[in-house]
Design a protein around this ligand. Structure first.
Ligand code: GDP
Ligand code: MG
Ligand code: ZN
Length: 354
């Protein structure tokens, strides 16, 4: 009866699923879920009544997206080349990424493995193409944590960058974890730990590593276990060295900026998931330096910058930016020394940059 409308609605739903950055799983509306169920039912029905008799859907995870709508999908512990179902190709107008590394999918494995459904994403790492204004490029999806890596020295520890990445991670619904590398270059560990303590007191996990001495690598491994992680941070901080130390035979994708300009967007955005031998995945993406903040995030920063959320709740104005307002608990805390001025300045720099 309502088949035609159902079909239309289903298509629309998919447009939504493939384009919108979905937030927390808790925020999914019943609408989305019922549409999913409907899709599922439809596919089963199709299997029952169409010429295609033996439709068999299996859940898998996209490890890598290749050209020509092909994906490497992990299904039942095996890697399989799958092709994207036809209807997904039709909705490719707001985003370049129909599917992304990290997506959970349902695959029809009855004959040629075909991706029939993309399960709503828990989060996405995406950036926006400069060429085609506002075209979203999803770098990866369904990530648990970002390892914010900064070196103690060479290059100099950059807490401002750590602050930025923490904000970006929170906005993207990804847990931030701080890794301070090259601790072999410090006079003493106490010296470094005093820097990290600001974040540790706020409940962030901070790990101190050296790929030269091997210190902290075991602890980091424990934190990576059974989680899907992406490494982020300044070039030269030691990300590749750390990953190589953990998984020695790994060949990372290291497309540089120049390569990006030469070959265009496609090569740099192709990420992949690499399984650790102790469980969990490394999200290997050459474009990860672009993981950042957008202008649209400006209003959120005053509430999520490290250490400000509790203070912000007590400011006189609900939308206090903690920069010039009266009765601002943040400005007060900076004044009496209970909030470090260096972090406050870092906060103001981020606000200004947006
Ligand atoms: N002293 C010291 N040097 C390191 C350490 N980790 C990496 N390096 C060096 O730092 C440089 C940059 O490392 P790399 O892994 O390429 O950084 P990436 O750009 O973040 O991937 C290389 O010359 C590494 O040998 C460390 O723990 N201690
Ligand atoms: Mg590197
Ligand atoms: Zn305030």
């Amino acid at each position: 009866m309502n088949k035609k409308r159902d079909k239309k609605r289903f298509k629309r739903q998919n447009i939504k699923i493939s384009n919108v950055e979905l937030g927390d799983v808790d925020h999914f509306t019943d609408d989305v879920i019922s549409a999913e169920k409907r899709a599922e039912k439809k596919l089963i029905e199709k299997g029952k009544f169409s010429s295609k008799q033996n439709i068999k859907l299996k859940k898998g995870r996209i490890l890598e997206v290749r050209a020509n709508y092909k994906c490497i999908v992990k299904i039942d512990d095996k890697e399989k080349v799958c092709i994207l179902g036809g209807r997904f190709k039709q909705v490719n107008f707001e985003t370049k990424s129909i599917v992304a590394a990290g997506d959970y999918v349902n695959v029809d494995v009855s004959d040629n493995a075909r991706i029939e459904e993309i399960i709503p994403r828990q989060n996405t790492l995406s950036r926006f193409s400069d060429k085609n204004f506002q075209t979203e490029i999803i770098i990866a999806s369904n990530i648990d944590q970002v390892i914010i890596t900064s070196s103690y020295k060479d290059p100099q520890l950059n807490l401002g960058l750590i602050d930025r990445y923490i904000c970006a991670a929170r906005i993207n619904n990804i847990t931030p974890l701080i890794c301070i590398n090259k601790i072999d270059l410090a006079r003493s560990l106490e010296e470094i730990k005093s820097i990290g303590s600001f974040y540790e007191k706020l409940g962030f996990k901070v790990v101190y590593t050296s790929t030269k001495t091997g210190e902290g690598i075991k602890e980091l491994k424990k934190l990576l276990k059974n989680k899907d992680s992406v490494f982020s941070g300044h070039s030269g901080a030691g990300k590749s060295s750390i990953i190589n130390k953990i998984l020695p035979d790994i060949k990372l994708r290291t497309a540089e900026i120049s390569e990006y300009h030469r070959k265009g967007v496609h090569t740099t955005t192709r990420s992949r998931l690499i399984e650790w031998d102790f469980g969990g995945y490394l999200v290997d993406t050459p474009g990860i330096k672009t993981f950042g903040l957008h202008r649209k995030d400006k209003e959120i920063i005053p509430g999520i910058f490290p250490g400000l959320s509790l203070l912000a709740k007590k400011c006189k104005f609900l939308n206090c930016t903690h920069s010039h307002e009266k009765d601002c608990r943040v400005i007060e805390a900076v004044g009496n020394g209970s909030y470090p001025i260096e972090r406050y300045e870092s906060y103001l720099r981020i606000l200004e940059s947006l």
